[in-house]
Design a protein around this ligand. Structure first.
Ligand code: CP
Length: 308
């Protein structure tokens, strides 16, 4: 069987993504009230080792993968790339080949998406994309799980992304065709999403609508999604804050969405910048369930990768 890498949502069949979400919901339900470190019944990844490589900072990804592999009965090794020979010039290919001799699964957070693809090309074990400059597929699986948990029927739902058309936005674009929702994206022209992603999604029958105001994108939406205006590695902070300010999610903006619309943000958030405190701390906000669901969704992703 081919190695099951989890690099981008568009590469997986809709049925596979559906099965991963179903598994995540089921595993979460069983654990309700359990201590966080208790191993799941049957320890599905007993004896398996996950290596995590970080080129960038992380709170949620690092902790949720680490706790997740323990709940599945496995163990983890966390490495900052700067502490590895990778940071001193060892090739990605050699690093992938060597780590594949020690561990069963690798999760990478990298600056350059191409590096993760190169790693997967040489690896003998599954590789999971834990965020690159181009995408953040694990995050979107947790986000979609959260919406379903709160009664949103993804097939036919209208999701609005406002702000920077960044890597997280790209993964939502990839997911639209796979899960059957419409994605309305509102960005300044300068920070519009990657055209390749939009074309790819439309080729797969994804319904992607592009707007240049937040108001047009949010009108009638079931879900409003924001993200930081200045992501890790962005060097044009002043220009971004200036151009993106009209795309901040306020209570007034939420009022343009459907009554009872939900709010998502992958965190970390900057209150008063891309979202007002009244929204992110208000009744429409699902952000902490969303953060928790990184754990459950990624456990299901790891099981899918290892076919366990
Ligand atoms: N949302 C997210 O990926 O969080 P971290 O950067 O803390 O991992």
């Amino acid at each position: 069987m081919a190695i099951r890498h989890f690099l981008d949502l568009w590469q997986l069949e809709a049925s596979e993504l559906r099965a991963i979400l179903d598994d995540a919901h089921a595993m979460k339900a069983v654990r309700r009230g359990w201590p966080k470190g208790r191993v799941d019944d049957g320890a599905p990844l007993d004896g398996h080792v996950l290596a995590m490589i970080f080129e960038k900072s992380s709170t949620r990804t690092r902790t949720s993968f680490d706790v997740g592999i323990r709940q599945l009965g496995g163990s983890s090794i966390v490495m900052n790339s700067g502490d590895m020979q990778l940071g001193r010039g060892e090739s990605i290919g050699d690093t992938a080949r060597v780590l594949s001799r020690y561990v069963d699964l690798v999760m990478i957070r990298a600056n350059d998406h191409g590096d993760v693809e190169d790693f997967a090309e040489s690896a003998g074990v599954p590789v999971i994309n834990g965020l690159t400059d181009r995408s953040h597929p694990c995050q979107i699986m947790a986000d979609l799980m959260t919406l379903e948990e709160h009664g949103v029927d993804l097939r036919g739902a209208r999701l609005a992304w406002v702000g920077d058309g960044n890597n997280v936005c790209s993964s939502f674009i990839h997911a639209s065709a796979k899960f059957g929702f419409t994605l309305a994206v509102g960005t300044p022209e300068r920070y519009a999403p990657e055209e390749d992603d939009v074309e790819l999604a439309r080729e797969m029958q994804g319904r992607i609508e592009l707007y240049d105001t937040a108001e047009d994108a949010v009108a009638g939406a079931d879900v409003v999604i924001a993200d930081t205006f200045v992501s890790m590695g962005d060097t044009d902070a002043d220009e971004r804050l200036d151009l993106l300010e009209p795309f901040a999610v306020t209570e007034e903006l939420m009022d343009l969405a459907q009554p009872g619309a939900k709010f998502l943000h992958c965190l970390p958030a900057h209150r008063g910048e891309e979202v007002d405190s009244e929204v992110i701390d208000g009744p429409s906000s699902l952000v902490f369930d969303e953060a928790e669901n990184r754990l459950h969704a990624q456990k299901a992703i790891m099981r899918w990768c290892l076919d366990k």
